[in-house]
Design a protein around this ligand. Structure first.
Ligand code: NAP
Length: 244
């Protein structure tokens, strides 16, 4: 049985990706920063109902040492690491002039350094296996920028550079690395927007609706599948036509 790690997967897009990969037959290593996130939450039951193994690993993915231990624990539990989905992410929005150093550093640590941490350690396991799929969650904010998201856009643009670099460094070992760039997806992250912000956003989307978490999970499932074996270093925008 193949194993997939999905970071920040107690809820939102990460939980949908974990469930979809379970339906595809992967054993699932769930992750979140605190045990609390898994209380009153049926994600583990929903995944094991697909007939695969599932275990949660509590780790702060912005912390290098915790990621090293997390990857060791997953390898010890499941034997292989076949897919890594770097999904955990946060926002601390505000205009640049008023953005604190702390909110810049925190977003870069959680969204960007986490990809370095997890890819370094899980990538090393994949290199020995000579196979693996790494899928990173970027964002349209990383492709086009977004007012009020200097820190977030910087982290999501960096993920694109890291994705292409990993594709070039690890391609000869049978490892692919791609990114998806969601537009506006209905999750707790976007529920925080004001009604006026939501209306303005909808006017820019060709399909005039938000995306669903399942629509992101479907593309990640494709990138983790055999059908995507010759796709690497790519960024797939999933935005309902936001950028045309
Ligand atoms: P979400 O609902 O806020 O879920 C993110 C998860 O990551 C949360 O469970 C969060 O836990 C966890 N997390 C935060 N910091 C962590 C850390 N240091 N270590 C481990 N886990 C941590 O977000 P989402 O909307 O599903 O977004 C998932 C990914 O898609 C993110 O990378 C986001 O940037 C990207 N994305 C989302 C959208 C969108 O429209 N929603 C659009 C483009 C890209 P806590 O709640 O405890 O912080």
């Amino acid at each position: 049985m193949a194993t997939a790690i999905v970071t920040g997967s107690s809820r939102g897009i990460g939980a949908a990706i974990a469930l979809r990969l379970a339906k595809d037959g992967f054993d699932i290593a769930l992750n979140d920063i605190s045990e609390k996130m898994f209380e009153n939450n049926d994600i583990i039951e929903n995944i094991t109902a697909q007939g695969v193994m599932c275990e949660k690993f509590i780790a702060d993915v912005s912390d290098h040492a915790q990621c090293e231990q997390f990857v060791k624990d997953v390898k010890a539990k499941f034997g292989t690491i076949d897919v890594l989905v770097n999904n955990a992410g946060i926002t601390r929005d505000g205009l640049l002039a008023r953005m604190s150093e702390e909110s810049f550093d925190t977003v870069i640590a959680v969204n960007q350094k986490s990809v370095f941490n997890m890819t370094k350690f899980a990538g090393s396991v994949m290199m020995k296996q000579k196979s693996g799929r790494i899928i990173n969650l970027s964002s349209v904010a990383g492709l086009y920028g977004n007012a009020g998201q200097f820190n977030y856009s910087a982290s999501k643009a960096a993920i694109i550079g890291m994705t292409k670099t990993v594709a070039k460094e690890l391609g000869s070992r049978g490892i692919t690395c791609n990114a998806v760039a969601p537009g506006f997806i209905k999750t707790p992250m976007t529920d925080k927007l004001t009604d006026a912000q939501k209306e303005n956003i909808l006017r820019l989307i060709a399909m005039r609706r938000y995306g669903s978490v399942e629509e992101i999970a479907g593309v990640v499932s494709f990138l983790a599948s055999k059908d995507a074996s010759y796709v690497t270093g790519q960024v797939i925008e999933i935005s309902g036509g936001l950028s045309m």
